[in-house]
Design a protein around this ligand. Sequence first.
Ligand code: BES
Ligand code: ZN
Length: 608
Amino acid sequence: MKLTALLLLFTLTLNAQKKTMTPDIHSYANSADVTVTHISLDLTADFEAKTLSGTATLDLKNLKKSSTLVLDTKGLSVEGVTLDGTSAAKYTIGEPHAIFGAPLTITITPKTKQVTVKYSTSPSAGALQWLEPSQTAGKTKPFLFTQSQAILARTWVPCMDGPGVRFTYSAVIRTRPDLVAVMSAAGNSGTKSAEGVYRFEMKQPIPSYLLALAVGDLEFRPLGPRSGVYAEPSVVEKGAYEFADLEKMIAAAEELYGPYRWERYDLLVLPPSFPFGGMENPRITFATPTILAGDRSLVALVAHELAHSWSGNLVTNATWNDFWLNEGFTVYFEHRIMEKVYGAPYAEMLSVLTLKDLRGTIEEMGAANPDTRLKLDLSGRDPDEGVTDIAYNKGYFFLRLCEETFGRPAWDDFLKKYFNDNAFHPMTTESFLAIFHKHFTDTAKKNAIGIDAWIYAPGLPANCPEPRSDEFTKVTAQIDAWNAGTPPSRLVTADWTTHHWLYFLRNLPAELRLEKVIELDYAFNFTRTGNAEIACEWFQRCIKSGYETAYGPMRNYLMNVGRRKLIKPLYTELVKTPTGLAWAKEVYAKARPGYHSVSTNTLDAIVK
Ligand code: BES
Ligand code: ZN
């Protein structure tokens, strides 16, 4: 008896150690030997030079009496390193790798408590986009924002740049006094400092990919006691209108899976070159202005980023191979928030669109493609290659199948406990599975799900849940009527929302003759829509049918919108014909300087 207990203890300790020692194939950091517990930044944002420069002081915990500290860097100019604020340290910077950057290896002693790195960033740092005034809404002041996920934090902070390492941070940001700085930390206020000096403190430990900074002509509007919106002055009212339901969403999220652990939840609406829809930077989600539809119809994105405050920011994918633990759980949670706030019919519309996207992605990638597995193998590759509908939507449907199998109450109890028990910790797919199997013991149910196939096999399992939407049945009826000859003006569309229209556009016959496209545009004025999602769907149709009227507005769209998800499908469709390719090249050459490197990295390969 005693011996088994001892053995159990031994295995438990071994497992606990294994957990913290998950190797991260995308980081050089020796975090299993020494770890970083706090980073203190003192950085000056120079808009002329397009650099951040100053110091990063890292507090260390030396677990293995290590005599070296290895940090990730990419394109940083390191001027010097000091130990414990006094003695100059020996350091070397390795050969730079195009994706991973270079290790900064610092000689330390087992007693070293702190290292300070004096450095500046490169003007082409991947995480930083320095915008000219012309790229902002106000057109008079420059703007800077960061995007650290997945492995770009190393382009602006020397750090252990993997999601398995967490630290607290504090920062002093020095900039022009006519600009406001905000960070993923406490200290945001939206009021200008006369000296242009801003101080921040993040007391909850975060992984490096959640380090975030933005500097620009920003104002703040409160939305509720613990929420509000930051944006340029000419955008902030629009933002406040669009996000009016934010407090309701936070309340719904807390009711589902436990207290919000980050105190405040604010949104920052960025200029249109922001390459993503949203980024879940703790305490301040960064968002694209393309969700400002004017009718609050694209706020699922807010629910998504808010959900990350649990799935991702609290329980964090240990490596980028486990990315589905961040995004799949977040899409699931997002849908639950949307259902709670806007009702099941709304949420089911989202689910139907999600499944259609997923099927399309798997068809494109090939059902045998190893990248259609939930657990990825991204060794030697940019983790950005793992950012597909698989992690998001296959992840969602796996979790939805679990819900349907165990029943919603049991599944919700599990998730609530999962977020609470593992808060502020990394999670591998394997540790998730261990927790799952310990909690759910009904083997018949688990076999019915086919858990390993869902997680480790490519393609979409046959038992994928099939959401149904009565709302979309109505849309299908109208599409059928149109196909049978009913003129567009006679279609019953009066109460349609953005999602009805998206479903309509996505489910039109694959090939449309030009006059059919003209007919639709005449009736519904899609070409002039102010809704960026609808425009993206519509323009794809226009390209396929050669509808020239749309090309002016489409050029405008491509020149202004930098969100990869919206512009990638347009360039992809354009390059399929020689004339389209020529047009795409011409527009891309003009638009490219305004795009973020995240977007050009993808688009360069398409428009070539
Ligand atoms: N964390 C992601 C964005 C991201 C992923 C950036 C991987 C870099 C690497 C964010 O939460 C996200 O998923 N954004 C989506 C929103 C959508 C699914 C509602 C986007 O940007 O489109
Ligand atoms: Zn996400």
